[in-house]
Design a protein around this ligand. Sequence first.
Ligand code: ASP
Ligand code: MG
Length: 441
Amino acid sequence: MKYLIQKFGGTSVGTAQRIKDLVHLTVNRDPKIVVLSAMSGTTNALVGICEQLYKRDMAAAATQIAALREGYDKVISELFTTPEFLTKGKQLLDNHFNHIQSFTLDMFTVNEEKAILAQGELLSTALFHFYLEECGIASVLLPALNFMRLDEREEPDMNYIRKHLNKELELHTNSIFFITQGYICRNTYGEIDNLKRGGSDYTASILGAAIDASEIQIWTDIDGMHNNDPRVVSKTHPIHELSFDEAAELAYFGAKILHPTCILPAKKANIPVRLKNTMDPKAAGTLIANILTSEGVKAIAAKDGITAITVKSDRMLLAHGFLRAVFEIFERHKTSIDMITTSEVAVSLTIDNAQHLKHILEEINEIAHVEVDENQTIICVVGQLPKNKSGLGFKVLEALKDIPLRMVSYGGSSNNISVLVGSEYKTTALKALNRGLFNYN
Ligand code: ASP
Ligand code: MG
């Protein structure tokens, strides 16, 4: 049997009404696993509660827990109509909030934090499951903590997941409608863990790969990936088809709609990913698959918060091994490099995580001269870029002719041309490219 995976993000389960609306998007005769995020705002609220608990500010923690509980009481009263399910809903909240409350008593460590962060997805899935039950619709709630597991490298343990997910499914051979939690998992020691913020997309992709799903659908509030950032430029259009490589570039370089980690498991297992809009379910959305898409530029994306580092040394001239020495410093500090450009005596590179910058710079300073520019933005043009045709590079640079470019990267892959600009030029750059590459004014 082939399952469909349908993942709904926080806003798609953000109110009682939105939870009710899921029924007509999920209930049909296709065998499926529905993956839910926490209701929007919940994970942030839980993070806030944990911050207070770390500080041992019990009064502040209690106030925030009470406020969150109040919100859920309202959800229950709007979601259920029968006394039986109103009581069931209240018991559910009592259980989860008593559990959260219990951490205000003892020591607070990262393990307790992870147990608290797991409550959001446990709540949203249980609420949807109860709502279906109240409507007389059969569904099975699969506890993600029984099969989602990370290995010792903190990567999904695909063999374990496949085996234990199938075991769970086999307990319910008469069912075709399953619901489970996104984001939460266990680590290699069996402790509660998570796939990091926004990780529910990743859950969907991992599950799809584990059971060889027919398709992985990611439902959000926009009709697929757009050719440019709709928050910045006034005219955009959804992209109907993307290859996995194009989607990976876009997701990584700022298209907020899909978490970048989500692409890899689906790509490896060759399972199509479809981005759909809960507000407009009939809209085609975006299909991401192992396909050769048409030639040309598909989209522009931007990633802020970039730090550019230029390493300059006369020793680089005609020498070998210099780049390795530089890159090793970043490796030692577990900092990944995104963009690179070189000249004969210098190399410029960018990082998006400046946590270890101070130590990195100290070490580079021992072998070379180094300069740093903060507040940079990578603007990335993605598509199938023709190798043997001229003109595209020119078009990109022509569109950006009035903007100072800090770095230009062309030819690293046939899917991406990137430029680095000061973040103050981001809006102008996205608008100029929308005009130059898509003729949108
Ligand atoms: N609830 C988690 C978060 O807000 C995971 C997710 O929504 O994907 O980060
Ligand atoms: Mg989310």
